[in-house]
Design a binder for this molecule. Structure first.
Ligand code: ATR
Length: 288
C-alpha cells in the first residue's frame, strides 16, 4: 500500500471492493469542505484483515471505513474501551480512526439510515415499523429507531431464532429505557392490526442474488415508506414488491450510504458535509 507523504490517507476496506462508491463520496466531501485527503479502496481477505488494518495505520493512515463482510471482524480487533456505544450495540464497526497512537471504532450506519429517513420527510414518531432481517445491519439500526419513539417495532427473519437472539442480546446490551414492546417472528409473520408505516429491508438476500420469501405486506398508501438498505442501478425486488403492494415511497439505501459517510467524515475531520448534492451526483452516476 502506498501512502503519500503529506496528504492524510483514508480508505475503505472490503471484499469485494471494486464497486465501492465511498471514494467518490469522500472525495466530493473533500472538495466541498476544502479538506484535502487521499481515499483508497483496499481489498483484503478474512485471513489478512487484521494485518491490512495494522499496516494501514502504521503507514500513517488516519481513518478507515469498513464494509462487507468485515464489520463484525473490525469490532473484534479494536480495543473494547475504544469502541463507541453505537458500535457496541451493533457489534459491528464501519469507521476506524487513530488518535494518540490508539485505534478507535464507531458505527455510523444507524445514524445514516435515520438521517436519510429524515431527509425523506418521514416522521418515525408513533410509526408502525417492520424490520426484515436480524443480522448486523438490523442490529445497527435498532437503537436509533427506538430513540425516534415509534408506536411499534416488529422484526421478522428467515430464521426466527436469530430474531429472538438478536432481541434478547440487544435488550441486555442497551442502556435505553423504553416501554416500547419489540416483537419478532418468522418471515411469514408480518400481519399487523394497523398497516405498516415503514418497512425496512435489512437482509442480504439481494446481495446474494436470492429471493426474499415474504407474504403480501399491508401498507398505508397515503403514508408508507418501503426502505431497502441495498442500492443499485435497478430497483431491488423488495422495492418492486412494495411498489406493487401500495407503499407510497419506495427508496433504496444510497441515501443511507451517503449519510453514513458524512457521519464518518465528521468523526475524522470535525466538519459535517452537506449531503443532498453529493447524493444527486452519485445517483446520476449509478443510473448512467
Ligand atoms: P449483515 O451484517 O449484512 O446484516 P448478516 O449478519 O449475515 O449480514 O445477516 C444477513 C441477514 O439477511 C439475516 O437476517 C439473514 O437471515 P438468516 O438469519 O435467516 O440467515 C438474511 N438473509 C440472507 N439471505 C436471505 C434470504 N435469501 N431470504 C431471507 N433472508 C435472508
Amino acid at each position: 500500500m502506498h501512502i503519500k507523504d503529506n496528504v492524510p490517507c483514508y480508505g475503505v476496506v472490503g471484499n469485494p471492493i471494486e464497486h465501492s462508491k465511498s471514494p467518490i463520496i469522500h472525495n466530493a466531501f473533500s472538495i466541498q469542505t476544502g479538506i484535502s485527503i487521499k481515499y483508497d479502496k483496499i481489498l483484503t481477505s478474512e485471513e489478512y484483515f487484521s494485518k491490512t488494518i495494522k499496516d494501514f495505520f502504521e503507514s500513517n493512515g488516519l481513518g478507515l471505513n469498513i464494509t462487507v463482510p468485515f464489520k463484525k471482524k473490525a469490532f473484534e480487533i479494536i480495543p473494547y474501551n475504544n469502541i463507541s456505544e453505537r458500535a457496541k450495540l451493533a457489534k459491528a464497526i464501519n469507521t476506524i480512526w487513530k488518535k494518540d497512537n490508539n485505534l478507535y471504532g464507531c458505527n455510523t450506519d444507524g445514524v445514516g439510515l435515520l438521517k436519510d429517513i429524515n431527509r425523506l420527510n418521514f416522521n418515525l414518531h408513533n410509526a408502525n415499523i417492520l424490520i426484515i432481517g436480524a443480522g448486523g445491519a438490523a442490529r445497527g439500526v435498532l437503537e436509533p429507531l427506538i430513540l425516534s419513539k415509534p408506536s411499534k417495532i416488529h422484526i421478522v427473519n428467515r430464521t426466527k431464532i436469530n430474531a429472538e437472539n438478536l432481541l434478547n442480546d440487544f435488550i441486555h446490551s442497551t442502556t435505553i429505557k423504553t416501554n416500547l414492546k419489540i416483537s419478532y417472528g418468522g418471515l411469514s409473520e408480518t400481519n399487523s392490526e394497523k398497516p405498516w408505516d415503514i418497512v425496512i429491508n435489512t437482509t442480504a438476500s439481494e446481495l446474494n442474488g436470492e429471493s426474499l420469501d415474504l407474504p403480501k405486506l399491508t401498507f398505508n398508501p397515503k403514508k408508507s415508506l418501503a426502505y431497502d438498505i441495498m442500492y443499485g442501478s435497478n430497483k431491488t425486488s423488495f422495492l418492486l414488491k412494495a411498489e406493487n403492494e401500495g407503499a407510497l415511497q419506495c427508496v433504496d439505501g444510497l441515501g443511507m450510504l451517503v449519510e453514513q459517510a458524512a457521519e464518518s467524515f465528521f468523526i475524522w475531520h470535525g466538519v459535517r458535509p452537506e449531503t443532498n448534492k453529493v447524493l444527486d451526483e452519485i445517483r446520476q452516476l449509478i443510473s448512467s
